[in-house]
Write a protein that binds this ligand. Structure first.
Ligand code: FES
Length: 563
């Protein structure tokens, strides 16, 4: 066998080298490894793969390209799978309760397979809302040389002369419910909205998390934006394999890259791009797994100094493929770095600092309208605002990039659960001027904080222009309008949202970061005395296990052991 000369000690040597490890080596030979292969560092390629949706349909092919790159770089790669729960297909159903839960399953399954087989490094291939943070969480937890590779977004569709995405299908259903569209309209947009493999095309959660992986320094510069169909995705797959070989040789681990400063950079990019509110859940979770404390206050602090500059759907006009044509995430990051809004000294998976990596990255020299200059922003502050107040003492989240409403006072229309709310909107129960409150959909109560895209699209699509929504559940990255999510503490643990009654006044004040229930404290105390937690929705199985372990949304809804 070859003798490994790299700087860092290898876990694989303890498992596969020496006479006593002959049984382990015998199995590596069975899968085709030679003496030469076994002598090299052994790296894993984790692949989120599933044919049940376009987001991770093609990832096995990408994994093969990563392996080619890894071999070129001088390490021996072996791939293993992890699961996928497709958010768009689960949306509005029982299936959606498994979405956030799957993030933990993905992180756990990567940890288990990686440690059980004593790998030395990891390339994680994933696309879709939970596979991406789940993969990054595993990388932070394992603290080994790691690179993230995005599966790539879909190309946009075209309908009635404009670019459309899956968001348009959801909103067309809202229009249909409101009597403003026909069944044929729904069918027509359904057939064109998502024309290729790949993740949802706008700056929804998958593209947000891919952009954030670049901003964190965990993905190669420029690798987030090429579509799933682009040949540049194949290029980045090979390059990621080669780059991992370098990281293993240099002994650069995930926690060398994912530091507090790099999380601040990730928040800055999230704010500048008007990314998904789900990032406010996922980044603290990735940070937690990386040994970094990140709170909602960090989001608010960074959000106040970083302007919103990228016109991307759902708040703006363009999709990820458009951003790719004009320079991708590095275009945004270069603008932020030049304005002093990023820390350029953090290390990245290139083995260089962020500043060096961005300096070396060549942008296409094209006129463009997708990303504005920092001194001419779309909005002077970041796209996400953290709210606190008597209705959300530990915090709540609103995406101001996707709404022009900055202040709203209205009467509460309360629903216990998403289904009841959707039926209520369909039945015309909700009127302009009201605040739809949807509760018992938090991390424990849902469980798993199902996304409310069906409800928010029904509100937007049915022409209810002066309606706000407040929930302890989540929103899809495709949601737009004055929608407040992640209300903490959630109803299931007796948070104030459990005490709201129909007709109570609710105040949403973005400028002052407030979300208040305008009810006297004495009255709330009386209501709290009468409140009892409802029976959990599940008594056995994965959702019950998750519900018993999960933290609040303000803490990233991570699961941690109870001793
Ligand atoms: Fe997979 Fe949207 S459902 S990215």
């Amino acid at each position: 066998m070859e003798k490994y000369e790299g700087k860092a000690p290898l876990r694989s040597q303890l498992r596969y080298h020496g006479v006593l490890n002959a049984p382990h080596r015998a199995f590596l030979r069975s899968v085709g490894l030679t003496d030469s292969d076994i002598g090299k560092p052994l790296v894993a390629v984790s692949v989120a793969w599933s044919e049940a949706g376009p987001c991770n349909f093609h990832t096995l092919g990408l994994a093969q390209l990563v392996k080619e790159g890894a071999r070129t770089g001088g390490v021996s790669p072996l791939a293993f799978p992890t699961i996928v729960v497709n958010d768009n297909i689960g949306m509005g159903s029982e299936g959606m309760r498994y979405s956030l839960v799957s993030r933990e399953v993905i992180a756990d399954s990567i940890e288990a397979q990686f440690n059980a087989h004593a790998f030395d490094g990891l390339v994680g291939v994933a696309g879709c809302d939970k596979t991406e943070p789940g993969t990054l969480m595993a990388m932070g937890r394992l603290n080994v040389p790691s690179i993230y590779l995005y599966a790539g977004s879909a190309e946009p569709g075209f309908y009635m002369g404009r670019e459309v995405t899956i968001e348009d299908v959801h909103e067309m259903i809202g229009a249909y419910i409101g009597g403003k569209a026909t069944e044929q309209d729904v069918y027509d947009v359904e057939r064109t909205a998502h024309p290729t493999l790949g993740t949802c095309a706008g700056m929804f959660t998958a593209n947000t998390m891919a952009s954030i992986a670049e901003a964190l320094g965990m993905a190669l510069p420029g690798s987030a934006s090429p579509t799933a169909t682009s040949s540049r995705r194949a290029f980045f797959a090979r390059e990621s394999g080669m780059a991992l070989a370098r990281l293993v040789e240099l002994g650069i681990k995930s926690r060398d890259v994912m530091t507090f400063e790099s999380f601040e950079n990730a928040i800055a990019v999230l704010m500048a791009m008007g990314g998904s509110t789900n990032a406010v859940l996922h980044l603290p979770a990735v940070a937690y797994e990386s040994g970094v404390k990140l709170t909602l206050d960090d989001f608010e602090r960074v959000g106040r100094r970083v302007p919103y500059i990228a016109s991307l759907k759902p708040g703006g006009e363009y999709v990820m493929a458009d951003l790719d044509r004009v320079g991708g995430v590095p275009l945004v990051m270069k603008k932020l770095l030049e304005a002093g809004l990023l820390d350029g000294e953090v290390l990245t998976v290139t083995g260089k600092t962020l500043k060096q990596s961005l300096e070396e990255y060549r942008l296409p020299n094209v006129a463009q309208k997708v990303v504005r200059d920092v001194n001419n922003p779309i909005k002077p502050r970041g796209g996400i605002v953290i709210l606190k107040g008597s209705l959300a003492p530990e915090g709540a989240v609103i995406k101001v990039a996707a709404t022009s409403v900055v202040k709203f006072t209205g009467k509460a229309k309360v629903y216990d659960g998403e289904d009841a709310a959707f039926k209520g909107i369909q039945a015309g129960e909700v009127k302009d001027g009201e605040v739809v409150v949807i509760r018992y959909e938090g991390p424990k109560g849902g469980p798993g904080m199902p996304e409310m895209l069906r409800v928010t699209s029904a509100i937007v699509g049915s022409g209810l222009e002066k309606v706000a929504m407040v929930t302890d559940g989540r929103f899809s990255g495709a949601t737009r309008g004055p929608m407040v999510g992640h209300v903490s503490p959630e109803a299931m643990v007796g948070g104030p949202i459990a005490l709201v009654r129909d007709g109570d006044q609710v105040l949403l004040d973005v400028e002052n970061n407030r979300l208040d229930l305008m009810v006297q404290e004495e009255e709330l105390k009386r209501r709290a005395k009468d409140w009892k937690a409802p029976e959990p929705r599940y008594r056995s199985g994965l959702l019950a296990k998750y519900s018993s372990l999960v933290a609040q949304a303000s803490q990233g809804a991570v699961t941690s052991p109870r001793w």
